[in-house]
Each structure stands twice: as structure tokens, then as C-alpha cells.
Design a protein around this ligand. Structure first.
Ligand code: SF4
Length: 318
């Protein structure tokens, strides 16, 4: 995907920040290096259709595992974001115009990779009147047409101040509507400065109100210094919005200019959070240091669907 300012700094909004030493990773966070052979088949398809992936742009620690299974998460509407979140490694700047061929290119890649569950996310496009909702809906429809059996998950921006945008995406009928809450409200000014906590909660609730059977999903990162009580409050807020599926993973600091990792949360604490979330009624919980929104998303959705149809009594994962 072409970028306007390919030589511009990746994070101009963070250039003035004091660099912090990145806390060394503990033994329980082991990231497998992605060998060329492992990445090759998936990379070939991604490159052939000129697509961006959040796997690469965010520097996801699970890339070797996912790509070896030919699973990638597509980043649509370019690879330049109009926000500058404190945690995110996606490039910030002025994005290019939307490319009308992208929906068909994503659909072709999903077909060629033989994905049974396609995850589509995007940069924030605050510059567009609808925040890119129509484009996302076009991608969903193109994927559906090319791979009718595949299920589709969208991981969307918050469409802040874009009335009607959410409805456009919901009406394209993805199987899963995911919007990450990311962190506890106390850290919004530093971690998600362009977002509003209760707007994101309300957005998830609005999805359920418009399409009561659509699976809704949200994710939290830990390691910013949040407390257990704050985590519980977010879980309660998400359940109030009727969110079905919660993911919790460890934040990893991409560069010294990004928000610092205050703590590497121990695996036992992830288990404790998963247990708390189950008690609060989430239909599915995935919580571990390397959990990401799109990690094992297809398998998790299948289990949730099976449970809903009565095939299984319980679908709790941790
Ligand atoms: S977890 Fe998601 S973003 Fe990370 S490599 Fe896997 S598909 Fe890509």
C-alpha cells in the first residue's frame, strides 16, 4: 500500500517524548522468531495483493505462529493512522485517499489463504466524513461474496463524532463486531488521547441494540499500572454493554518513545482476571500474556458459536 510520506518519521507525535528504557521481558513472554520459510506463504499472498497487516505494522509477537498457519489480520484504509495512541506502533500521519480496489484485494487474499475466519481491522480515519465505515462495509461484503463460508470479524475504530458510521458497519453483517477498550479509563489521556472511554462502551452497546445476535468483543491490555479494581470496573462496564467476548493481553512497548511497561503481569494474574470475567458472565474469555484480539479468533468464535447452538455447555478459555 502506497504511503504519502514514506520517509517521514513513523511516530512524529512521539518524537519530543523522553525515551524510557524498555523493561526487559520476563521468562514467561517468549516470542518465537519468524523464519523466512515460516512467513513465506502468507507473505506472498499479502504482498501479491498489496495489502497491509496489523501483524506487521503493530509488530505482533504472535506473527510466526499465525503466519505459519496462513492466518493474517488485514489492516485496511492504508497503513497511516490519524490518531497517535501511546501504545500503538502503526504509523501516524496524513493518510492517502481510499483505494476503491482494496475490498476486492482483501477478498482475494482471504480466498487464496483459504481463511475460514477473516479478521479485518483498520487505521483510524478521522479525516473521512464516515470514518471509513462505508469502506469497511465494502470489505465485509467483498469477502462474503468471495468466501461465502468464511466467518468475518471486524475490529473497528471508535467512529467518534461520525454519526451513522457504526450502523453502516453493523448492517454489513459481520459475524463478530470487535472494538477494543484497550485500557482502564484513568489512562485514556495518555494511552488513547483521541478516544473517550464511555463512547467506546456506548459503541459496543449500540452494536448489540442494532443487531442483538451479533457477537460483540472487546480487548484490554495490561501492564500500564492499572489496578485489579480498575480492571473489574471495566469488565462490569463491558458487561453492562452486553459484550460477549473479552480478551486480555500484556502490553509490550514497541519503542522507547511509546508508553512504558510498568509491569509484566504474571500468568497467574491473567488466570485470575479470566476467572473474574467468567463470573461476570462473558460468554468467552481469552486471557494470557500473548493474547491479542485476533489471536486464535477463528477457533474462539467457533467454540462460542457451538456453545450458543447448545453443542457445548461451557466455552471458557484462559
Ligand atoms: S495475533 Fe493477530 S495481529 Fe498478531 S500475528 Fe496473529 S493475526 Fe496477526
Amino acid at each position: 500500500m502506497a504511503t504519502i510520506y514514506s520517509n517521514a518519521p513513523r511516530h512524529p507525535e512521539k518524537a519530543h517524548r523522553t525515551a524510557t528504557d524498555i523493561l526487559p521481558r520476563p521468562s514467561w513472554i517468549r516470542v518465537r522468531a519468524a523464519g523466512a520459510d515460516v512467513r513465506e506463504a502468507t507473505q506472498e499472498v499479502v504482498r501479491a495483493y498489496g495489502l497491509s497487516t496489523v501483524c506487521e505494522e503493530a509488530g505482533c509477537p504472535n506473527l510466526a505462529e499465525c503466519w505459519s498457519k496462513r492466518h493474517a489480520t488485514f489492516l485496511v484504509m492504508g497503513d497511516i493512522c490519524t490518531r497517535g495512541c501511546g501504545f500503538c506502533n502503526v504509523r501516524t500521519g496524513v493518510p492517502a485517499a481510499l483505494d476503491g480496489t482494496e475490498p476486492e484485494r482483501v477478498a482475494a487474499a482471504v480466498r487464496d489463504l483459504k481463511l475460514t475466519h477473516a479478521v479485518i481491522t483498520s487505521v483510524d480515519r478521522d479525516d473521512l466524513p464516515d470514518g471509513g465505515a462505508l469502506h469497511i462495509a465494502s470489505v465485509v461484503r467483498a469477502v462474503r461474496a468471495a468466501s461465502p463460508v468464511a466467518t468475518i470479524e471486524v475490529l473497528t475504530p471508535d467512529f467518534l463524532k461520525k454519526p451513522g458510521a457504526l450502523e453502516i458497519v453493523v448492517d454489513a453483517c459481520p459475524d463478530v463486531f470487535n472494538h477494543n477498550i484497550e485500557t482502564v479509563p484513568r489512562f485514556y489521556p495518555s494511552i488513547r488521547p483521541g478516544a473517550r472511554y464511555f463512547h467506546s462502551i456506548r459503541l459496543l452497546q449500540a452494536v448489540k441494540e442494532r443487531s442483538p445476535h451479533m457477537v460483540t468483543k472487546s480487548g484490554l491490555m495490561v501492564g500500564f499500572g492499572e489496578t485489579r479494581d480498575e480492571m473489574i470496573q471495566v469488565m462490569d462496564d463491558l458487561r453492562t454493554a452486553d459484550v460477549d467476548f473479552l480478551t486480555i493481553g500484556q502490553y509490550l512497548q514497541p519503542t522507547p518513545q511509546h508508553a512504558a511497561v510498568v509491569e509484566y503481569v504474571r500468568p497467574e494474574m491473567f488466570e485470575a482476571y479470566a476467572s473474574l470475567a467468567r463470573g461476570k458472565g462473558f460468554a468467552m474469555v481469552s486471557a494470557s500474556p500473548l493474547t491479542r484480539s485476533s489471536h486464535h479468533a477463528g477457533e474462539d468464535f467457533e467454540r462460542l458459536r457451538a456453545a450458543r447452538s447448545g453443542a457445548r455447555a461451557s466455552v471458557i478459555d484462559s
